[in-house]
Write a protein that binds this ligand. Structure first.
Ligand SMILES: Nc1nc2c(ncn2[C@@H]2O[C@H](COP(=O)(O)OP(=O)(O)OP(=O)(O)O)[C@@H](O)[C@H]2O)c(=O)[nH]1
Length: 311
């Protein structure tokens, strides 16, 4: 970073987001405290590895924020008039992210020893708090998204096994409390190895996606569809006993069977069938026992010729 020995332009300062509606007296006082500097492309402005003492306002150019490492995907861009470094400027801890100049940039910077100059303007403090609220909301969003991604299967978009463990505990407790039954279906695509061998692995992926969509379209909001692994799916059916779950399972079987061909980005593909094992939760059942019983029933369905449901 190069410091420029030039006075700060009051008009430019007033156009910064943080300075919106700040009175001219405060702006004049702040203009004396800010320093003008410039950065070349790829220069690192902030890093979690080093202490930051400055609040930066971007006049020209562009900065990029990286969450984890410099080669991770960019989190967001900082455009002219926005600021950088405000969190570490205030709490004096290392910056939470990397900030790098993605274009040649000119900035204003204020040293943290001048923090008190900001606090004398209520309007400026309001702008700063508004900005920090935005950061909190963005972080919350990131947490929610990463939590969601950790529970979702990338190929089919349905929940994954990690979610099953979580939702099972919740549904088991809820159904036990209300003395309601809980059933689990375990589905496995029939002859899927042969399907892959004949039409290719990508076609197999599309078939899994079709199965997930067909199943998902017929479930109640309280049911959970999970890709258990490979070509296996689990469906948790709260508040249904074996007879009711069997009806649902049979309906799902038929609906998949009825998809004789389906359109994909790689062309029309033939449908598949599935076999299903059904188990109802018993008192003191753990997820593993329930899955074990559903898996045994599924094995029977395969033995009896596939495209059927066994209990
Ligand atoms: N395309 C694709 N194939 C997968 C995926 N996960 C698992 N498979 C394939 O699914 C096939 C499962 O084969 P098997 O366990 O032998 O079972 P199957 O051929 O379906 O035979 P049955 O279950 O007895 O009807 C294997 O060839 C796996 O490679 C996936 O994500 N995409």
């Amino acid at each position: 970073m190069k410091l420029l020995q030039q006075p700060v332009d009051l008009l430019q300062l007033s156009q910064m987001r943080l300075m919106q509606h700040v009175d001219i007296g405060h702006l004049r006082m702040l203009a004396d405290r800010f320093e003008l500097c410039e950065m070349a492309v790829d220069e690192v402005l902030l890093s979690p590895r080093s202490v930051n003492r400055f609040l930066y306002l971007l006049l020209e150019g562009q900065l990029t924020v990286y969450l984890d490492t410099l080669d991770s995907p960019a989190l967001r861009l900082i455009e002219p008039c926005e600021c950088a470094g405000e969190v570490s400027f205030i709490d004096r801890l290392p910056p939470p992210t990397y900030v790098v100049a993605s274009q040649p940039s000119r900035l204003l910077r204020l040293h943290s020893r001048d923090f008190a100059c900001l606090t004398t303007s209520p309007r400026l403090m309001r702008n700063l708090v508004g900005l920090l609220c935005e950061r909190v909301r963005l972080s919350d969003r990131l947490i929610i998204d990463s939590e969601h991604n950790a529970n979702v299967d990338m190929l089919t978009g349905v929940f994954n096994r990690r979610w099953l463990e979580h939702i099972f505990e919740r549904e088991r407790a809820r159904c036990a409390f209300s003395q309601l039954p809980l059933c689990l279906l375990m589905l496995d695509v029939d002859h899927f190895k042969a399907y892959n061998d004949k039409y290719g692995h990508l076609a197999g992926d599309h078939a899994l996606l079709m199965v997930a969509r067909t199943l998902g379209g017929q479930l109640r909001p309280k049911d959970s569809l999970i890709r258990f692994g490979g070509e296996e799916f689990v469906i948790l059916l709260p508040e249904l006993d074996t007879a009711e779950a069997r009806l649902i399972g049979e309906r799902l079987l038929r609906s998949i069977e009825q998809v004789s061909t389906f359109d994909t980005a790689i062309g029309a593909l033939p449908g598949v069938t599935v076999s299903i094992g059904l188990a109802q939760m018993q008192a003191d059942d753990e997820l593993t026992n329930l899955i074990d019983r559903a898996d045994k029933a599924l094995y029977q369905a395969k033995q009896q010729g596939r495209n059927r449901l066994c209990v």
